[in-house]
Design a protein around this ligand. Structure first.
Ligand code: DC
Length: 221
């Protein structure tokens, strides 16, 4: 097992951006676990599979080859060889993935995959349950947070940069609903690990958050 930095936090808290920059600066392999859940959601939507169709879900899980790659400065997600980096960010996928991600068979499979990726590498892994569940013994645990309003602003801006249209109020409502579902579900709810360091990014620039995260990492070495 290599060196593991676990970053958890709600949607739009900046986990993706921060994990990417930490990966580049500290030479860590960056694993976006939300992208894995999104790949399965996309595949279920494309095949019209409902949340209670266990056999069909199993089949999807057995046949999903998910590859996450940092290519130049872009983070790419491939599903069975297809570049789905953009498709997995649609609102349809965002709304489906949250209720879907509470299914135990999906979590078991993806957590297994997440643990395997860390076998031979130093990693920064971001998600909802990395410090609490996937790697309870991670070398560093950071819980990244921001107010729902700030997170909605960021998500709208991020979508715009990707050429996706979105409405601030709709995004804000979606974020609040997703926070509620992610933190109240029975299986692996979103919560701060007892030994995680809380980092509020609401009033910080990206650079300031990265600097604080590097300081936290250096202090725990
Ligand atoms: O980080 P994200 O918004 O791309 O994550 C998409 C969804 O996947 C989110 O609603 C919660 C779920 N998820 C999870 O349950 N566990 C993780 N480790 C990562 C994401």
């Amino acid at each position: 097992m290599g060196f593991i930095v676990a970053i958890d936090g709600p949607a739009g808290s900046g986990k993706g951006t921060i994990a990417k920059l930490l990966g580049e600066r500290l030479n860590l392999t960056n694993i976006d676990t939300g992208a894995m859940y999104r790949c399965i959601a996309l595949q279920m939507l494309r095949n019209n599979i409902g949340l209670n169709e266990e056999e069909k879900i199993k089949d999807i899980l057995d046949n999903a080859d998910i590859v996450l790659k940092s290519e130049e400065s872009e983070y790419k997600v491939y599903l069975n060889g297809e570049d789905v980096s953009l498709a997995i960010r649609s609102e349809e996928v965002s709304n489906f993935v949250s209720p879907m991600s509470k299914l135990q068979i999906i979590r078991d499979k993806l957590i297994d995959l997440q643990r395997k990726t860390a076998e031979n590498a130093d990693i920064v892994m971001e998600g909802r349950d990395i410090g609490t569940n996937v790697f309870p013994n991670a070398d560093v645990k950071i819980y990244l947070d921001a107010t729902p309003e700030e997170r909605a602003r960021r998500r709208v801006k991020q979508n715009m940069e990707k050429g996706l249209e979105s409405d601030y109020n709709t995004v804000l409502e979606d974020i609040k609903a997703r926070d509620y579902r992610d933190s109240t579900r029975e299986i692996a709810p979103l919560k701060q690990a007892e030994d995680a360091i809380y980092l509020d990014s609401t009033n910080l620039t990206i650079e300031e958050v990265v600097e604080k995260a590097i300081e936290i990492i250096n202090n725990s070495k």
